[in-house]
Design a protein around this ligand. Structure first.
Ligand code: LLP
Length: 429
């Protein structure tokens, strides 16, 4: 199986960076997420360098929802990145990790007045998703005696080739303002007393492996930028969103590199800006393509069972990694303690959760596997821990960060005490 550069097989064991995953699992227990910091930094730099080869200024905003661990946010802050934040929680975490308020964009299709107040107080730009939200932010800013700096999310009505649950720029999607109504939205924003429109935003979906949809979205954004400029909007940024996919099927999928993405999209953007005579910052918001392949989820085999299918029962289920159950997603699996053994049988890898849909992989050829073996679920760094739950009262896993010869937990495993930490006993019980 093709492996990214930070993963290797040495003497039959899967290594992440310099670290033997078999030893990490023994030392820290399972289930365990392990992330290679160098890989995250390298991916970020690929994006930054590829985009800025075409145009400056460029800002890469990490989509914090992919994995909002503070250590990762610190890594991105240290690199000079910003963040797409989608909730007050992500907003606070990004600020605490040292990110500049001016490098954050508060996105989201349903924000409360409290959310809007927080963003205005912290000096963070907000992407508006409805005309109601424009009215609300105008009132909130007025009450605070401040001005709100905003963009609107454009729904470009593009059909993108990805899972329907993660295609966000469809005409039928809940996100954004229909592209033909966007000029009216900006006109209303220009007329509002306490709002200043300073940007435009779009995000067409996630796990997109083709470049054409991004090119098309860039065209729509350039066209709209022209209309806005003509009506007097001073654009400080244009945000093309995230969405670049990764090759989850290592030997079959082909994902564009950040350079290929930049080479495809940037000419449309740069020519458009030149024609308009403006030079707003270009923002992008990748999540998955920055962090997905940096991380493996290590899980121990509890038992195997030959039933109507051959099951490999492991200690991580959709409580730790929901993507296979939720989207039918494919994640490569390596038997980490005999990673170079020949494939032997077709196995269904099942988690410990009380649901028959709790399967991490179905009918997958694997080497011989027995109790005590260690499986590594690959490409678990995006929407892995961040979508984990405590279902079945199972504590969430630890997250370990490795860098060169160093390793350190960036989150300890939860315990049963953590499960009850927020629970209260009503006085009559
Ligand atoms: N910006 C906005 C406004 C977004 O909604 C998203 C993702 C991103 C950026 C980052 O997209 P990315 O580069 O990661 O594709 N849980 C799903 C993915 C949901 C994506 C939601 N929005 C999954 O596991 O596949």
């Amino acid at each position: 199986m093709n492996l990214p550069p930070h993963l290797s097989v040495q003497d039959g064991h899967l290594f992440i960076g310099e670290h033997d995953t078999v030893r990490l699992a023994e030392e820290y227990g399972t289930p365990l997420y392990v992330t290679d910091e160098g890989r995250v930094r390298a991916r970020y730099r690929e994006y930054r360098d590829a985009l800025s080869a075409h145009y400056k200024p460029v800002l890469v905003l990490y989509a914090a929802k992919a994995n909002g661990n503070s250590a990762l946010l610190r890594v991105f802050a240290d690199e000079g990145a910003g963040a797409d934040v989608f909730s007050p929680g992500e907003l606070e975490l990004a600020l605490r990790a040292g990110m500049e308020p001016s490098h954050l964009l508060f996105n989201g299709s349903s924000k409360s007045r409290n959310d809007l107040r927080l963003a205005i107080e912290r000096g963070i730009r907000v992407t508006l998703d409805s005309m109601d939200e424009l009215r609300a932010i105008d009132e909130v800013a007025g009450t605070l005696g401040k001005e709100a700096f905003v963009s609107f999310r454009v729904n470009p009505a593009l059909d993108v080739p990805t899972h329907p649950k993660i295609a966000t720029g469809l005409a039928s999607s809940k996100f954004g303002i229909p592209h033909e109504r966007v000029p009216d939205a900006y006109r209303a924003a220009l007329e509002a007393d306490h709002v200043r429109p300073v940007g435009i935003h779009c995000h067409i979906g996630s796990q997109i492996l083709a470049l054409d949809p991004f090119i098309e979205a860039a065209r729509v954004m350039v066209r709209i930028a022209g209309e806005l400029v003509r009506m007097g909007v001073v654009l400080e940024f244009i945000d093309l969103g995230g969405g670049l996919g990764i090759p989850y099927r290592h030997d079959e999928d082909r994902a564009p590199t950040p350079r290929e993405y930049a080479d495809a999209v940037m000419p449309v953007f740069v020519d458009g800006m030149t024609a308009l005579g403006i030079r707003p910052a270009l923002w992008v918001e990748p999540g998955r393509s920055l962090v997905a392949d940096s991380t493996v989820l290590l899980t121990r085999v509890n038992s195997t069972k030959d039933a109507h299918r051959r099951f490999v029962n492991v200690d991580a289920g959709f409580n730790q990694l929901v993507r296979p159950a939720m989207y039918g997603s494919y994640h490569e699996i390596v038997v980490a303690n005999h990673a170079d053994a020949p494939l032997e049988s077709t196995c269904t890898v099942a988690g410990p959760i009380c649901e028959s849909g709790d399967l991490l992989a179905e009918d997958r050829p694997l080497p011989a596997v027995t109790e005590g073996d260690l499986l590594a679920i690959l490409d678990a760094g995006a929407y892995g821990f961040s979508m984990a739950s405590q279902y079945n009262a199972r504590p969430r896993a630890a997250e370990l960060l490795v860098r060169g010869p160093d390793r350190a937990p960036m989150r300890r495993a939860e315990t049963v005490d953590d499960l009850v930490a927020t629970q209260l006993t009503p006085p009559w019980l």
